[in-house]
Write a protein that binds this ligand. Structure first.
Ligand code: SF4
Length: 430
């Protein structure tokens, strides 16, 4: 047992919960924190926040804020590793870049000059400033793990097994057109149109011509993310109206529905029947209009279609689990076959580890380029050097991680100019 844990177990019972006193990283003095990101989140935000909530302002007619009808749900926001990252566009030093080989958006710690424009520029507020190092830091999508085919730490440790990771092929030439789509409500569709079907022979041929390895093409074909976005059409982008083309997509939640229906329809009604569930979707505790503002730039129809699919899956699987004959009309009512509905259930409810994370590892021929990138982007409390994702992270035995190049670091440290992202494309030359 860890020594600190043993001490904690053996300590006599204390009157108060131990807390770490906060100190300012700027002045080094104790401070009284009165505000931060996510302040009062568990209370649904304080009254000041509620009044300033732009989405709530749009749908306030639909939302009742009496205490007994308060609802709460969490949207775990991580960096979206956008196709059109506004953090990168707003960086005066060119320190933020999107990796060509896997789309991960990173901050080059050498090139960052602490302008902090990225912090304002990211509409999801996913860049943080390290006052100790004077550099911007953000989610690295655990790239040393991804490179060797291991999921990100947040995915692997998610108790609810909510997160999925997979490849999506896209047409980079269509990104600009999609991001500038004039109709906000078409942005979701415009982004989907950038994605390429990995089963399409023309796409496979083009991918091969572009040098994409066979195991990556196979990975894209098995991608759970592609299936959720394209096959079942239940995953949606977060705030498409920001036009950053986010690449972390969400399945909107089906909030508690049965109590609501029982209350209005009476106990004699079969509240799990798909007809009843469908009719109740517009009385959900999380209003569809609110979800639409989060995921479809306000298009309620798309969100309602997703919620109907989830409700249909629940009703269809209930019959199967109770030993009744499954009803083909339930999937048909939401435009799905029985097989597709069962597959969606498998993926969402009982998928195994290797179905939830389909991550082909990086290729050895890219190793030099990747090892140079790895030296640039370590996120650390103290800046540079020690990555929090150590060699044993997530597995019992040693895991091969990208190795830093000593020569390259020495060259950079003695250079009289700051790092230039164009240096990276040539890879390691020594
Ligand atoms: S979410 Fe923000 S930090 Fe992440 S890539 Fe998009 S704009 Fe950049």
């Amino acid at each position: 047992m860890d020594v600190r844990l043993r001490h904690a177990h053996q300590r006599p019972l204390q009157e108060h919960t131990p807390v770490a006193r906060p100190y300012s990283l700027i002045t080094g003095k104790p401070m009284n924190i009165e505000w931060s990101a996510n302040w009062d989140d568990n209370l649904g935000g304080n009254s000041e926040l509620l009044e300033r909530d732009v989405i709530l302002r749009k749908v306030q007619e639909d939302v009742k804020m009496e205490f007994e009808r308060t609802y709460m749900f969490y949207v775990p926001r991580i960096c979206e590793h956008c196709l059109n990252p506004s953090c990168a566009a707003s960086c005066p030093s060119g320190a933020i870049y999107k990796r060509e080989e896997d789309g991960i958006v990173l901050v080059d710690q050498d090139a960052c000059r602490g302008w902090r424009q990225c912090i304002t520029g990211c509409p999801y507020k996913k860049v943080y400033f390290n006052h100790r190092t004077g550099k911007a830091e953000k989610c690295t999508f655990c790239f040393p793990r991804i490179e060797v085919g291991i999921p990100t730490v947040c995915s692997e440790t998610c108790v609810g097994r909510l997160r999925y990771i997979g490849l999506v092929l896209y047409d980079a030439d269509k990104v600009l057109e999609a991001a500038t789509e004039p109709d906000e409500k078409r942005l979701y569709q415009a982004q989907r149109e950038c994605f390429l079907d990995p089963h399409d022979p023309v796409v496979i041929e083009e991918a091969r011509r572009a040098g994409i390895a066979e195991d990556w093409i196979a990975g894209a074909q098995k991608s759970p993310v592609w299936r959720l976005i394209h096959d079942y059409e239940v995953a949606l982008p977060l705030h498409p109206e920001y036009r950053t083309m986010p690449m972390v997509w969400y399945i909107p939640p089906l909030s508690p529905i049965v109590d609501e229906v029982t209350r209005s329809a009476g106990p004699a009604t079969d509240v799990e029947s798909h007809d009843v569930l469908f009719s109740a979707i517009d009385t959900l505790r999380i209003p569809s209009a609110y979800l639409a503002e989060l995921f479809t730039a306000g298009d309620v129809t798309i969100v309602e279609n997703v919620l109907k699919k989830l409700a249909a899956m629940r009703s269809y699987m209930r019959d199967i689990n109770l030993g009744r004959d499954p009803k083909a009309e339930i999937p048909a009512s939401v435009g799905m076959t029985e097989e597709a509905m069962y597959d969606m259930y498998r993926l969402l409810a009982i998928a195994k580890y290797d179905e939830r994370y389909v991550i082909p590892s990086a290729h050895v021929e890219d190793a030099h380029r990747l090892e140079e990138l790895a030296t640039d982007c370590a996120v650390s409390e103290y800046g540079g050097g020690d990555s929090p994702f150590g060699a044993d992270s997530g597995r019992g035995g040693p895991v091969p991680v990208a190795i830093q190049s000593r020569n390259e670091i020495a060259k950079r440290m003695s250079a009289d100019r700051m790092g230039d992202p164009s240096d990276r494309s040539e890879g390691l030359t020594q």
